[in-house]
Design a protein around this ligand. Structure first.
Ligand code: NAD
Length: 478
């Protein structure tokens, strides 16, 4: 039984109810978490407020940085344990789960270094005045985290918020939250004051909603679906609470005829099979210049057929999807493809060792997907790559920008001038030229435009979202 973590103590929910956690690899119950409610959120917010006004406010940036660095080191010491927890919880192959744990340590390392480097400006003004700006924390920040990358998204969101001087109340996803409960314990172990980092588990419509509505929450960082992002935004608007929204994507990978295909191919595949396609920045649309459409699909088809899906411990190309409803969602999209006569080029294979009761899905490559079809417009959030041809830059840009989303884009071309033109014309938060994702560096600001959200996390830029600016004007004469 896993309890909430509030004010450096484990606490049961006041509801007395729990939620069963299913192992995606075999669909069996393997743990229970608390089904918390508004009273539990209230307790966490009170603990956080007390900490913000007490112990936390006494720490200067240097001391805060040292605390974050100690947590980073502790996470690194516990890499095997956190990898195993995340693997069980999310069904990730070992390499992916380990990469997530490593990234978590790196987030706290990066933000540890930022704590004492955040400063304002002095502004030239009228004679007799001195004007300066201070970057101040919001206070108690609320963090709603999805299930697909719990550790990475926690690291980027909570790491940035703490570095900026906030204290945090975190609502992880009901499907995957055990690694975050463990990280909160590690934070207490390395000396985080009680109330600086609180984790309250439960359903989104109950405890997530209570968090978004709580008047003691001064800023909300939400990562999840556009639908819930809209709800959070509406709820927060009532009390004018600032929000950062990291939502979904339908990101294009654009391949011109002059591209280095040997370099592009593995990156194109990884961009859609990583985490079994359950990645906000998945490269789920493949736009290919007409002249190389057929040969590229031929090579890609052969590579898809070689992909293997299986239990996380086998560390294959893909693990299972998170839950049965996600599997059903992918099946619905694929049956829509059949109805619309969208040709399937190739599919990978689920290995025999995968239990029938697990949520496995073979990666699928579709071609000639009409740009207006829902397969080309909506997030599948599974391993389905939709290919379509284009002729010339203008059509590539029109297709790339032709969805409600704008999170990430990849462009493959050897033409230097075209690289810049494409980067300028594509509407998205990140553009990658001759790569996809740049290794996910924590230094690189991340976020979307349009229905992919607004505000930025990661990098130094995140500290803007996690602070508010105060202008101080002193009239001294002379
Ligand atoms: P989701 O929106 O269903 O859930 C996300 C979180 O919100 C969960 O913790 C959930 O419990 C909570 N929630 C649900 N209803 C709520 C409510 N009414 N009030 C408050 N909280 C509520 O999303 P998901 O299915 O967990 O994640 C998949 C989605 O997240 C995809 O759209 C994906 O693209 C997006 N995502 C975006 C990023 C990014 O950085 N842009 C990263 C990862 C995932």
């Amino acid at each position: 039984m896993h309890l909430n973590f509030i004010a450096n103590q484990t606490r049961p929910s006041s509801s007395g109810q729990t939620i069963a956690m299913l192992d995606p690899s075999d669909g069996q119950v393997f743990a229970h978490i608390q089904r918390s409610n508004a009273a539990d959120i209230d307790g966490a917010v009170q603990a956080a407020r007390q900490c913000f006004e007490g112990a936390w406010s006494k720490l200067d940036g240097v001391e805060r940085g040292r605390l974050l660095m100690r947590l980073s080191r502790r996470i690194s010491e516990c890499l095997d344990e956190l990898t195993a927890i995340e693997q069980r919880d999310c069904g990730k192959p070992t390499r992916q789960a380990r990469a997530d744990a490593t990234a978590l340590a790196r987030y706290f390392e990066f933000y540890a270094g930022a704590c004492d480097k955040l400063h304002g400006d002095t502004i030239p003004y009228l004679n007799g005045y001195s004007v300066l700006t201070w970057r101040e924390p919001h206070g108690v920040t609320g963090h709603v985290i999805p299930w697909n990358y719990p550790m990475q998204i926690f690291g980027r969101s909570v790491g940035g918020a703490l570095a900026a001087g906030n204290v945090c109340v975190v609502k992880p996803a009901e499907d995957a939250c055990l690694s975050l409960l463990r990280v909160a314990e590690l934070a207490a172990e390395v000396g985080f004051p009680a109330g600086a980092l609180n984790i309250v588990t439960g359903y989104g419509h109950e405890v997530g909603d209570a968090l978004a509505r709580h008047p003691g929450i001064d800023h909300i960082s939400f990562t999840g679906s556009p639908t819930v992002g809209t709800v959070i935004q509406q709820v927060a608007a009532v009390r004018h609470c600032p929000v950062t929204l990291e939502l979904g994507g339908k990101s294009p990978q654009i391949v011109f005829a002059d591209a280095d295909l040997d370099a592009a191919l593995p990156a194109i595949i990884n961009a859609i099979v990583q985490n079994a396609g359950q990645t906000c920045s998945a490269g789920s649309r493949l736009l290919v210049e007409q002249t190389i459409y057929e040969p590229l699909l031929e090579r890609l088809g052969a590579a898809f057929e070689a992909l293997r899906v299986g239990p996380p411990s086998m560390d294959l190309d893909l693990g299972p999807l998170i839950r049965q409803s996600q599997q059903q969602r992918v099946w619905d999209f694929l049956s829509d493809a059949q109805v619309a006569h969208i040709p399937m080029v190739a599919q990978g294979r689920v290995v025999d060792e995968a239990p029938e009761s697990g949520f496995y899905q073979a990666p699928t490559l579709l071609r000639d997907v009409p740009p207006e079809h829902r397969l080309a417009q909506q997030e599948v959030f599974g391993p389905v790559l939709c290919a379509m041809p284009f002729q010339g830059e203008d059509q590539a840009v029109a297709l790339a920008n032709g969805t409600p989303f704008g999170l990430v884009a990849g462009v493959w071309t050897a033409d230097g001038a075209r690289q810049f033109r494409m980067a300028r014309r594509i509407r998205s938060g990140q553009v990658f030229i001759n790569n996809y994702g740049a290794g996910g560096g924590v230094e690189l600001p991340f976020g979307g435009v349009k229905s992919s959200g607004y505000g930025r996390e990661k990098g130094f830029e995140a500290l803007q979202s996690f602070t508010t600016l105060k202008t101080v004007a002193i009239k001294h004469g002379g």
